[in-house]
Design a protein around this ligand. Structure first.
Ligand SMILES: NC(=O)c1ccc[n+]([C@@H]2O[C@H](COP(=O)([O-])OP(=O)(O)OC[C@H]3O[C@@H](n4cnc5c(N)ncnc54)[C@H](OP(=O)(O)O)[C@@H]3O)[C@@H](O)[C@H]2O)c1
Length: 336
């Protein structure tokens, strides 16, 4: 299979049409199996996936060390094709708690130095602050990344979970390759002002939560027990009546998937792929089985009748519950 490609923004790199998000291999979805995680990254590279996404705070460095190991042990040709996108800025405590964000230029350079070391690479392909630091103008944070680009340590600037005004301010400082932001059948907030802005400015979107963290994957069940270290145990969409309602949307989606002979996850990923050539879904697979299923979405074609049926099954504002707990929602410049 030849992997389809898309370009990140007008100045960014060409990447596989689906990227691999590695977060769940280290954190936030309960425990993961290290050997299977590395095997999943290798299988993705073998299938032609070139974009690997991480954050220095995913497992406090664990995720970068994991990706570093996977790159080191991959065949040279695969390693050379891989592009690594890194988020920084989230501050953690020894207990794993979240204590804020730091976008000061000196901090940006410090974060980058540690990431390069953990990843075992001489440059980071796309570098972005995970959340806007409310105490530091975005111009200063992006300016620091631009300096890292001049010095050869970073190739491209990205953004994460920021709104239209911040996108414009950032783009006035340096070319922006992509905005990383949640986008799925049940998280469509970006369609109002954020997506028109990225399109106007020639910035791509790397979409995360395309399966709403597994909620609309077709594999999530009403009685699934979530560990205390699983984000979903606290996510409003996975609670009580909200969960019941949201899974009823999945039941409606399943009927369409069955008619097409594909899986629910494949329909959900194919729908995001169908939104435009400027959108690259990040797949959160942490096993080879889930990866294979996700890659199958590349072969799913949705015609007008399919898209209409999907819209009817899952209308734009159908989800019950916010996409983050209240405290985390407050950090989303994209939700202002
Ligand atoms: N910029 C940001 O603020 C931000 C925030 C979050 C994530 N991200 C990035 O985006 C990436 C993807 O996000 P996400 O993990 O939330 O995405 P997702 O694809 O919505 O959710 C991934 C979860 O869905 C479940 N799943 C079920 N079927 C699957 C299938 N066929 N393929 C993949 N997963 C399946 C898995 O859970 P089980 O294994 O438990 O079944 C998996 O952990 C992350 O890895 C991270 O790199 C960025």
């Amino acid at each position: 299979m030849t992997m389809r490609t898309r370009t990140l923004g007008t100045t960014g790199p060409q990447v596989s049409a689906l990227g691999l998000g590695c977060m769940g291999m280290s954190a936030l979805y309960g425990d993961a199996d290290r050997a299977e995680s590395v095997a999943t990254i290798h299988a993705a590279l073998e299938a032609g996936v070139t974009l690997l996404d991480t954050g220095d705070f995913y497992g406090m460095g664990h995720n970068e060390l994991l990706i570093g190991e996977a790159l080191r042990t991959a065949p040279a040709a695969r390693r050379e094709q891989a592009l690594v996108s890194v988020k920084f800025g989230a501050l953690r405590g020894p207990d794993g708690g979240w204590t804020g964000y730091d976008g000061r230029p000196a901090a940006v350079k410090n974060f980058a130095a540690y990431s390069l070391q953990r990843l075992g690479v001489d440059h980071i392909d796309v570098y972005r602050i995970a959340r806007l630091d409310p105490d530091v103008p975005i111009e200063e944070t992006v300016g620091a990344i631009a300096e890292l680009i001049e010095q050869g340590y970073v190739r491209h600037v990205g953004l994460s979970e920021v709104g239209a005004e911040t996108i414009r301010r950032a783009a006035a400082v340096a070319p922006i390759a992509d905005l990383q932001i949640e986008y799925s059948l049940i998280s469509r907030g970006i369609e109002e002002s954020i997506l028109p802005t990225t399109r106007e400015l020639g910035i791509s979107v790397t979409a995360y939560g395309v399966l709403s963290r597994g909620l609309i994957s077709g594999h999530f069940s009403r009685d699934r027990q979530l560990a205390a270290n699983d984000f979903r145990a606290y996510s409003p969409r996975f609670q009580g009546d909200n969960l019941q309602h949201n899974l009823s949307l999945v039941d409606a989606l399943r009927k369409i998937a069955e008619q097409k002979g594909v899986t629910v996850a494949q329909i959900a990923i194919a729908w995001v792929l169908s939104r435009g050539e400027d959108i690259v879904p990040l797949i959160g697979a942490r096993t080879r089985e889930r990866l294979d299923e996700s890659l199958g979405a590349l072969d799913v074609t949705l015609d007008e009748a399919d898209l209409t049926a999907i819209e009817q099954a899952v209308p734009a504002d159908a989800a019950a519950g916010d996409r983050y707990p209240t405290a985390a929602m407050a950090h989303l410049d994209s939700e202002r």
